[in-house]
Design a protein around this ligand. Structure first.
Ligand code: MRU
Length: 333
């Protein structure tokens, strides 16, 4: 039940990344030979999605250490600085640091990166099973951004729940948002859904509340970039608006993410750093201006959905319904 899309290929000499900026029109691969290449690929969105950037960064450290056995701290800093919001990036780097400090062995470091990659797929299959069990039969769902095989080590988190539900014959319809301005939904989620023949329709981001007011939608299912100790969840910009609309219309909200997405050092969503990207990502599209010359834009690319608007957080260890600090602590043991 795993998906055929493999966006991260490790050849031992280099890291090959499926360039997600070009999909679905072009299938092109980017070859990374060092940590600087990997950090640039993460920063420039060639590889994206919280678990995927953690996996890529782990391999980036292996490439760095092969070139310079004293270069751990420099490579760690460059990779950690590539994007600020998804905690999976730092989580993966910290795991790698633990192995490096304990062994100073590049083979052991490489084995840890491969383990992080493989564990993510296994965790997603478990998340898919837990999440799909929450859906009624004939479920109609909305998803946002791309949380599929492209964003992870395989199968996906929120899209993994959708894949698993489809495999169990529980799913009637997926509405996937465009997800402006990078169009992860229109370009990437649509591509993944189409490859599997899952019934789906694209909607403009602004159409979600209207859709909920007119049609029966059972769940909004999204991924996460960082989940605070109290369950507040940072995810792609627009998730908060979806959750507000969902509450208004009696639609449930599910967050699906591996345990590496939790950050207990953040007591609440207030402490989660929110990435802001250049205003040109809003004022122009593929190099073509869409706003008047010189017009400024505010471009936060994530937002925080308060825990009170979330009905279930699903991770590979289980499910916490209506998350609270106690529920999250219990889930993570
Ligand atoms: O800016 P992106 O494309 O990296 O944002 C991705 C998301 O917000 C995803 O929902 C999140 O990383 C979870 S991916 C399994």
């Amino acid at each position: 039940m795993t998906s055929a899309v493999q966006p991260i290929l490790w050849t031992r000499e280099q890291l090959r990344l499926l360039d997600q900026r070009e999909l679905p029109q072009h299938v092109r691969w980017l070859d990374c030979r060092g940590a600087a290449d990997v950090a640039a690929a993460i920063h420039d969105m060639a590889v994206r999605g919280a678990p995927a950037i953690g996996i890529a960064a782990a391999y980036g450290l292996v490439l760095a250490l092969r070139a310079d056995a004293d270069g751990f701290d420099r490579a760690f800093a460059a990779l950690a600085a590539s994007r600020p919001t998804a905690v999976n990036l730092r989580w993966a780097l910290e795991r790698m640091r633990g192995v490096w400090l304990a062994t100073h062995d590049i083979e052991a470091l490489e084995a840890e990166a491969v383990r992080i990659h493989e564990e993510d797929l296994a965790q997603n299959l478990q998340i898919g099973a837990f999440g799909a069990a929450l859906l009624p039969s004939g479920a109609r769902v909305i998803t946002h951004c791309n949380t599929g095989a492209l964003a992870t080590g395989g199968h996906g988190t929120a899209l993994g729940v959708i894949r698993s539900a489809w495999a169990q014959n529980r799913l009637a319809m997926v509405y996937n948002t465009e997800t402006r301005p990078w169009l992860q939904g229109a370009r990437l989620t649509a591509w993944e859904l189409q490859q599997e023949g899952i019934p789906a329709r694209l909607i403009a981001d602004g159409a979600a509340a209207h859709l909920m007011s007119r049609e029966k939608i059972d769940w909004v299912i999204v991924g996460a970039d960082r989940i605070a100790a109290n369950g507040d969840t940072a995810n792609k910009i627009g998730t908060y608006a979806l959750a507000v609309a969902a509450r208004r219309h009696g639609v449930k909200v599910m967050v699906a993410a591996p345990s590496g997405t939790f950050d207990l050092r953040c007591p609440s969503g207030r402490e989660i750093p929110i990435e802001e990207r250049p205003s040109t990502e809003l004022t122009a599209f593929r190099g073509q201006a869409v706003a008047p010359d010189g017009f400024d834009a505010f471009n936060p690319v994530f937002d925080v959905t308060p825990a009170e608007l979330i009905d279930a957080i699903v991770c590979e260890r289980g499910v916490v319904g209506t998350p609270t600090s106690e529920g999250v602590a219990r889930l993570l043991g």
